[in-house]
Design a protein around this ligand. Sequence first.
Ligand code: NAD
Ligand code: MG
Length: 393
Amino acid sequence: MQGLVVLGATGSIGRNTLDVVRRNPERLRVLGLSAQRDVAGLHAQCVEFRPRHAVLADAAAAAELRERLRADGIDTRVGDGAQALAELAAHDEADQVMSAIVGAAGLLPTLAAVRAGKRVLIANKEPLVMGGPLLLAEARRCGATLIPIDSEHNAIFQCLPPGSRCGEAPSGVRRLILTASGGPFRQTPVGDLDHVTPQQAVRHPNWVMGPKISVDSATMMNKGLELIEASVLYALPDERLDVVIHPQSTVHSVVEYVDGSMLAQLGESDMRVPIAHALAWPQRWTSGVGGLDLGRLGSLQFEAPDLQRFPCLGLAREALRGGGVLPNVLNAANEIAVEAFLNGRLRFTGIATLIEKTLDQALSGAPPDGGDLASILAIDAWARARAGELLNA
Ligand code: NAD
Ligand code: MG
């Protein structure tokens, strides 16, 4: 029986993770669950999974959950705040930690799990973009194992030679090709993108995901963040990472070897597949997802992405190429821009503009890149402040 902590349990990845747990009750015991402030969601999960610990970021929400669990006679201990979250992520009895908080908020708990030498299943891509080198170095130093959950990176992991480890360049590989659905606006006339609404942007054609990553998919910043994520996880430079649009989301990514072989992982667009793979690795467990009916699938389409339509993808590539503070600044500015778009304060096309302006100022104005946690947090704070000022200008 393995002890599992799920950070971000009430979100899309968190709920899919618990569904895989539900199907493998003899293998996994839920030790701890966390959320930001969704009391009802976390309460229902506590009733079902009876974790020893629950943590809410928000103190008032935690007090309410504590009260409700006491009334139910459930003895889950409820903590709140950043310290409790980091402690849960590093819990002695946790064998596996699912990192599924959205955005930069996941950096500290993910780092805590890594520093405790855990097996960390990493869905939360933003910390890898902010401070990938630190996370990978700490994983090496502390004996943590990172297993990617992001469907593309998990697909790549599945197609790499046995013995490959995150943070080390895989042997015999020429190129990694990330597939992208192209999101809801793949065929929208470019001139109409000025006026698309948050509601349209979060309606992804193939995946059901949280609002932030759904907007990132619509701008293709998601694929941009994933390029940086791939560069960190597989220790490969920008010129050996490609993106191809594949509207069906059936091929989840491709590894091209030096001998011309190309290995791909295929499956339904259902996150329980990579989640079950990572939880079970190197074994295989049931996920609740069936295989594809290839005969009914017919054909698969691939096309090159249009950077005019998706300027965020180009910005992310520039940040990857430039390195230093740029990936971290890109991520922070994107979080500010996406939030502003979701709140109706910024047009869809304003997202890329705001990020570009913040990046322009970063080369001269951002705090230096020391590679340590303090400088990662300082650069993140600087970029958020700059993007906020630009938004209000
Ligand atoms: P979501 O919005 O559905 O869920 C986010 C979870 O994090 C919730 O449990 C929420 O309570 C918690 N949370 C949010 N802000 C927090 C904070 N400040 N402090 C503590 N907890 C906080 O998001 P999601 O779609 O599940 O995505 C989670 C992560 O996984 C993201 O980084 C995303 O990019 C990545 N990811 C998601 C998918 C997907 O299919 N949803 C696929 C690949 C990668
Ligand atoms: Mg992905």
